[in-house]
Design a protein around this ligand. Structure first.
Ligand code: F3S
Length: 393
């Protein structure tokens, strides 16, 4: 892989051991994937934040690094709400380790906004055509597909390497040739809200790491940003889709040739709900990916005047919660909790629950897979009904 003189000097250790180690990671990845060179990135989103996932070895590795990030860099969700962890049932030992992890990142100049939806809180992190090094799979999908930026799904170490060096290796979704659609997905159904999570759940399973192009027919309203967020998140979990297109909604794809065809209709979407009923759920978790202000507003509206009978978590970014205190108050007035900096999958607090009700296709895959918690899937309204102890039809 070609390195400029300056990059070569970093690689040789002329700017210290940390940067040399980071450059080694970038070069090793570049050589594995046949990258021609490094490319500057506009921003980085770093996974490997929850102490539940990184453990002591990860904490030591991050704590050993010296220097400051070269580009705006933001964290993925941590294992707990950094302020209200006691209310989540997190124990002191875990909380201390999690705070040490956050401090290690803070020393490196990383912004302590722990969220999988950085695009909801900072507009300047990514624009069309920008090269990025983002980690969290739903954020990667949103950046590539909705924003039109270019990023691979980085692991924690490679994202941190990109943050400290300010560059990433030029391969994968950074290149036009890998951004062509591989499947045409024709859907004949009116879709709303969690239907997009159900659709993504089905399509991710079928296309695996392909690039689907959706042709949506029969919609009463075009998908909004939260719908696209849910669609991409599900496909990244049931498959490993990092880029998709929606005809007449997202930017048009580069020229493509023959596509494998998939046809889906309303019954296919309904089957996802039917196969994952909410019976037996002891708690409800919303906000996967993290809620936008509009989603908080919908939840607040549904909870108004009610008291939840089951534990209910609403996960969002701290900046979204801070900017909407009246919505947080309205939701919490029902007894539900708005937790920031974390989520139902990366926090150890969910592991004690046998089954949770979710409205997210991604949580439907990851709660059982990564947290050992059974999941029921329903619309936002059904999730609120479960929390309120109402019987589902
Ligand atoms: Fe975000 Fe956690 Fe879901 S990181 S996408 S809320 S699994």
């Amino acid at each position: 892989m070609y390195l400029s003189r300056e990059e070569e000097a970093i690689y040789q250790g002329e700017q210290g051991e940390t940067l040399a180690r980071m450059m080694e990671i970038l070069v090793a990845l570049g050589e594995i994937y046949g990258a021609e060179k490094l490319v500057p990135v506009r921003s980085v989103q770093i996974a490997g934040v929850s102490y539940k996932n990184i453990g002591e070895a990860g904490l030591e590795w991050i704590s050993d690094l010296k220097g400051k990030v070269a580009v705006p860099s933001i964290l993925n969700p941590a294992g707990m709400d950094l302020c209200r962890w006691k209310e989540m049932g997190i124990d002191e030992g875990f909380a201390e380790k999690q705070q040490q992890t956050i401090e290690a990142y803070r020393r490196l100049g990383v912004s302590i906004d722990c969220t999988c939806t950085p695009y909801q809180i900072y507009e300047g992190l990514a624009g069309p055509g920008d090269h990025l090094a983002w980690s969290e799979s739903s954020a990667v999908s949103y950046a590539n597909s909705v924003i039109g930026a270019r990023t691979n799904r980085e692991g924690g170490p490679s994202a941190l390497a990109a943050a400290l060096v300010g560059k990433t290796a030029l391969y994968g979704y950074h290149l036009d040739e890998n951004r062509r659609p591989t499947h045409l997905v024709e859907v004949r159904a009116d879709l709303q809200g969690s239907d997009y999570g159900a659709l993504g759940y089905l399509v991710g399973e079928k296309v695996k790491d392909g690039v689907p192009l959706f042709r949506l027919r029969g919609l009463r309203a075009a998908p909004g940003k939260d719908d696209l967020k849910a669609l991409g998140a599900s496909m990244a979990a049931s498959g490993s889709v990092a880029l998709y297109y929606v005809e007449d909604v997202t930017a048009a794809p580069p020229a493509w040739r023959a596509l494998e065809k998939i046809s889906l209709e309303r019954k296919d979407i309904d089957d996802v709900y039917a196969a994952n009923p909410g019976e037996g759920a002891v708690a409800v978790a919303l906000g996967c990916p993290h809620c936008s202000a509009a989603e908080l507003e919908s939840i607040a509206r549904l909870l108004k005047g009610h008291t939840v009978e089951k534990e209910m978590w609403v996960c969002t970014a701290r900046k979204i919660a801070d900017a909407n205190p009246y919505l947080v108050r309205a939701i919490e007035g029902s007894g539900a909790r708005v937790f920031c900096d974390t989520c139902m999958v990366v926090s150890p607090a969910t592991e004690s629950k046998e089954k949770m009700m979710v409205n997210s296709g991604k949580a439907l895959v990851y709660l059982p897979g990564l947290a050992g918690v059974k999941a029921g899937f329903g619309s936002l309204e059904e999730c609120v009904d479960v929390a309120l102890g109402r019987r589902l039809e």
